[in-house]
Design a protein around this ligand. Sequence first.
Ligand code: GDP
Ligand code: MN
Length: 325
Amino acid sequence: RMDTAELEDGSSSAACYDTGFGQNGTEKASLVMLVRNSELREALSSIRMIEDRFNRRFHYPWTFLNDKPFTDDFIKYTSGLASGPVEYAVVPEDNWSVPSHVNTTLMRAEMLRMAREDIIYGDSLSYRHMCRFNSGFIHNQEVMRKYDWYWRVEPGIQFYCDVDYDPFTFMRENKKVYGFVISMYEFKGTITTLWDKTRQFHLGNGDYNLCHFWSNFEIASLEFYRSEAYSTYFEFLDSTGGFFYERWGDAPVHSIGVGLFAPKDSIHHFADFGYSHPPCSRCPQDDESHTSGRCLCNRNKNFDTDSYSCLPRWWKVAGINRGTE
Ligand code: GDP
Ligand code: MN
């Protein structure tokens, strides 16, 4: 059904296929994966699961992003699994490089210090590019402009339950901005001054409890990320160099941004989704999801109630009386 010879390539970084079958979802939305060529196997596994559990009925497009050109093999195998159109794009250089206002000597010194202190990814420059990209640039990529919503998918995740409704439609109709599955505490050492900087930008009081939505899964409004409020916030954060001197994750940045600029009831926990991104999993707890075969996951492996989970705090804030979920 697809011919890689159709790749209208040449120098172009993006190629688009249209598989042209089935009934398509009706939202301006895409499944989006930022991924390295070396992660092909893990990417295929994620795509297979999201397709089987959801997208085979909706045929939403997949958008693959990379800081380097995708290999022919990557394109061949990933497009083979997608039930919707696929698009591949290379991230522009200035969305994936150290901005000139950053003092690279200081940055290198801080990276060495963080390595000595065993701070996770503390000495990785590419990880910093990735976090900054996901915080401030992904929603403005040329290939993303046509979309209002994205579902962020990472290589190597597991997706355990059928989703037989359109979550993008759900988000739009219920005026949701941000959807998540797992929430947890951030390592303080990666965001030492993020909250101070945030308060400089947006006068406010109180402390940050380090809770964030785990952004390797996100179903979110791209319009929100493109909004004046969020964009200005990102630009301010970027101007401080904190993505490089520290190691600010896109998860706390997105979470604080959503917390500050989106109404509380526009945040949605997809309690009906079963999901795993090592080392954490969560699984719907209600009997029906399991007896119907809708979900296939171990109900005891559920991060929701782990001591490191922020979901109990979320339930409190959102006024959710925890029943079966
Ligand atoms: P973790 O989930 O925080 O442990 O970080 P990952 O290594 O999974 O990276 C998060 C996401 O960014 C995944 O989708 C990766 O495939 C992607 N990613 C991370 N680093 C790079 C990189 O240097 N290049 C590209 N193209 N993708 C990256
Ligand atoms: Mn990951």
